[in-house]
Design a protein around this ligand. Sequence first.
Ligand code: URA
Ligand code: SF4
Length: 244
Amino acid sequence: MTSAERQAALEAIAAEVKSCTRCRLHAGRIKAVPGEGHPDTEVVFVGEGPGQNEDRAGRPFVGRAGDLLVRMLGTVGWKRDEVFITNVVKCRPPDNRDPEPDEIEACRPYLERQLAVIDPALIVTLGRHSMGRFIPGAKISQIHGTTRPVDPSTGASSAMVFAMYHPAAALRSSDVERQSFEDAAAIPVALLDARRRRAELARAVPAPATPPGDTNAPLTAGSMPAASLESTTTNAAPEAPTLF
Ligand code: URA
Ligand code: SF4
């Protein structure tokens, strides 16, 4: 898929979200919040659902939790428009209650399709409900700051997932805030791991036209040339990888 095709596909999904009535959350929304970001990014952040500010703006993470998320991104040298940011439910749950399982289920096709289009290397989950979509049954206090492979049935064909606390939880607790910044500092390593695994998967399933044994063949999944993986071969803390 070209960048323009990806952009168009994401816009088509957003248009559907804006007129969606698949669950009860449509009734209370001002604006649906499909998500936004760079169509060619390797990293997708998935929050829980829009809050009041997001519902008014039609954009994800534009309130205080969003400011904190942007600060955390900044610590690894990334800007919000270099990643893609979305939520498990695209419409605001009333009074900021948790999304219900049937609402998450109703909204699932949109996130799945967004992930299929972007095909990220790394998914960063923000909070329990987002984590639960990718790592069912896990406890966030036990797995935050760690990566694991993503089931392709989520829409992401060959991604790793990295779990973080929700930034709103970090706003409520200085312990969680400190832990969240520590976890954020580990995102670059998670991305390098994700790139490496994806390159391995691509080598295991060579592109149809690849002559046998041609290790210089282009990767089929993702856009990272193999040379960019060299920095992961040392144990020294790697420089945060640039996204663009
Ligand atoms: N919290 C979320 O989970 N998502 C947003 O978009 C904003 C706040
Ligand atoms: Fe549709 Fe998702 Fe909004 Fe429910 S939350 S109305 S499924 S877009």
